[in-house]
Write a protein that binds this ligand. Structure first.
Ligand SMILES: *[C@@H]1O[C@H](CO)[C@@H](O)[C@H](O)[C@H]1NC(C)=O
Ligand SMILES: *[C@@H]1O[C@H](CO)[C@@H](O)[C@H](O)[C@H]1NC(C)=O
Ligand SMILES: *[C@@H]1O[C@H](CO)[C@@H](O)[C@H](O)[C@H]1NC(C)=O
Ligand SMILES: *[C@@H]1O[C@H](CO)[C@@H](O)[C@H](O)[C@H]1NC(C)=O
Ligand SMILES: *[C@@H]1O[C@H](CO)[C@@H](O)[C@H](O)[C@H]1NC(C)=O
Ligand SMILES: *[C@@H]1O[C@H](CO)[C@@H](O)[C@H](O)[C@H]1NC(C)=O
Ligand SMILES: *[C@@H]1O[C@H](CO)[C@@H](O)[C@H](O)[C@H]1NC(C)=O
Length: 455
């Protein structure tokens, strides 16, 4: 018997490749060899973003197989991509396993696949390779997929996944509510695509049962009700991006690091950090109200203003805004978010509450002000405001706008009312403890490593 050798198979999309690669690097650190199987299309992009293969550790080996589409075809069409994948990739993966298996010492001892890649779990099962399914994001999301039969019973969707009723869906009183129209498959492309995606989800649910382990990149401290309801999944996270290969991976933005020097000059816990991720877009009026609200607080702020943050051509600040905030307000095109959030000068995080940002804020013990841009979606906001109680949400006025006064009032409330900072620090401590060797996530991860090695 050779040493442990894991085959890692991501779902072919940037948001899935990088997390699995991070997990693979964690395994490499524990002395496990990993062969990482990308599509040819993703392989090229990964190598480019790493600026060459020499930046990859010896124990990690990157290989690629075709995804079934021509190089020029549109991979943003999820339905088309999935069809091609099902047609071509299982056989190619079998070839990879067989080829590796022909050598005496390097045999694959375990396959780790993204939860979305059920076909890879099937291939492994057929070839008698042990399997682990990995879910990279909020556990609540996968719980929803597993409850599709209940959604059908309740008449919320039909058996092809079409949404019949617009309503909030809540699996248990301690879990998050989701608008039925924002169920994962209901927001991708046209009805045909939605059907293909829905079928794949239902099918994956079956293959998931074949997995020897199902692990989630979250923690019991953060999503207790999900892990109770769905005990087959073990939390091993949150594994933050500290394991990336170089800082270029995953970041297509140039980071404005001067803002760290600027933060150094601000008093402890004084700065509002404002950042809305890469997809939030404001209309002109809302952008101006936000700017004026920040101005009204009289607090220092670091605001990440992407070139395309507003719907119009330019980010048009209110008249005289930039002069009036001189010295107190810092505008940046992008910021090294993890470093900013861990900086002692930061008082609170004004956020769109995407899951990554949420985890980064939580891990640094920073209270949140939640922008309701996505409020009708899967609401991380309700975790933040209602379950963990480490933040406040903003309310729209009768015109559907979040007015400057609302921005000012909520920020003041967040930084002056006792409890938000304390609870944030408390949550941070619990999450960090969970990751330690004797914590829940830490133990699960170490047991997984042991199981992989014990073949
Ligand atoms: C979250 O982080 C992962 C891992 O770095 C990345 O692949 C993914 O694109 C990020 N998601 C968003 C919405 O930024
Ligand atoms: C693991 O990787 C190391 C470094 O590349 C290599 O020397 C060794 O042969 C590999 N072992 C297995 C079982 O693949
Ligand atoms: C790998 O090769 C061994 C014999 O060396 C065989 O017993 C095993 O079934 C093979 N596994 C796969 C996945 O082909
Ligand atoms: C998925 O599996 C779960 C648990 O094994 C089961 O209760 C549920 O009915 C399945 N869902 C679907 C969509 O088949
Ligand atoms: C803004 O531009 C960046 C690249 O410059 C892109 O990745 C991002 O998706 C854009 N956001 C929107 C909402 O268009
Ligand atoms: C919550 O996180 C999920 C998973 O990353 C993301 O898709 C969703 O947009 C987030 N919801 C909100 C309210 O930001
Ligand atoms: C785990 O989740 C965090 C927060 O969303 C993300 O930054 C990180 O990349 C994820 N890591 C893995 C291994 O999925």
């Amino acid at each position: 018997m050779g040493s442990p050798h894991v085959l890692a198979v991501p779902y072919p999309a940037q948001g899935h490749v990088l997390p699995l690669m991070e997990l693979a690097l964690c395994l490499v650190k524990h002395g496990i060899n990993v062969t990482f199987v990308n599509t040819e299309f993703d392989h090229k992009r990964v190598i480019e973003s790493l600026s060459g293969e020499e930046n990859i550790p010896d124990m990690m080996h990157l290989v690629s197989i075709p995804d079934g589409l021509e190089s020029w075809e549109d991979r943003n069409d999820a339905g088309k991509l999935m069809k091609a994948i099902f047609r071509v990739m299982p056989a190619k993966l079998e070839d990879v396993i067989e080829k590796i298996n022909q050598s005496k010492s390097d045999k694959i001892t375990c396959l780790i696949a993204d939860e979305n890649v059920g076909w890879a779990l099937e291939v492994a099962k057929k070839m008698k390779v042990r399997t682990v399914a990995f879910w990279p994001a909020a556990a609540a999301q996968i719980a929803l997929k597993l409850n599709i039969p209940k959604l059908i019973d309740d008449g919320i969707i039909d058996t092809s996944g079409s949404v019949l009723k617009k309503q909030m869906v809540q699996l248990s009183s301690t879990m998050l509510a989701v608008d039925s129209e924002h169920l994962v498959w209901a927001c991708v492309g046209d009805p045909t695509t939605q059907g293909i995606v829905f079928d794949a989800i239902v099918k994956n649910n079956r293959t998931l049962k074949m997995a020897d382990w199902i692990i989630g990149n979250s923690s019991n401290e953060l999503e207790a009700s999900v892990f109770t309801l769905y005990a087959e999944m073990l939390p091993i996270g949150p594994l933050l991006a500290s394991n990336r290969l170089g800082k270029s991976v995953g970041s297509y933005w140039s980071e404005d690091s001067d803002c760290l020097a600027w933060l150094d000059k601000q008093p402890v816990q004084s700065v509002i950090y404002v950042a809305f991720g890469s997809t939030t877009v404001f209309d002109h009026t809302q952008f101006q109200e936000l700017a004026l609200g920040l101005e009204l607080t009289n607090m220092p702020f670091l605001w990440v203003v992407r070139h395309n943050l507003t719907a119009g051509k330019d980010n048009a600040y209110p008249k005289g805004f930039r002069d009036r905030i001189q010295g107190r307000g810092r505008l940046a095109s992008w910021a090294p978010q993890q470093q900013v959030l861990s900086h002692p000068s930061v008082a609170c995080f004004f956020s769109h509450c995407g899951w990554n940002s949420t985890m980064e804020g939580v891990s640094n013990g920073v209270p949140f002000l939640c922008w309701p841009y996505f409020t009708d979606q899967f609401t991380n906001k309700s975790y933040i405001c209602d379950v963990w109680k480490v933040g406040l949400g903003l309310e729209k006025d009768e015109n559907g706008i979040i007015a400057q006064g609302e921005v000012k009032n909520k920020i003041e409330q967040l930084v002056t009312v006792k409890g938000y900072k304390e609870r944030s620090l408390d949550l941070k401590a619990k999450v960090m403890n969970s990751l330690r060797e004797d914590g829940c996530s830490g133990k699960n991860f170490n047991n997984l490593v042991k199981w992989i090695k014990d073949d």
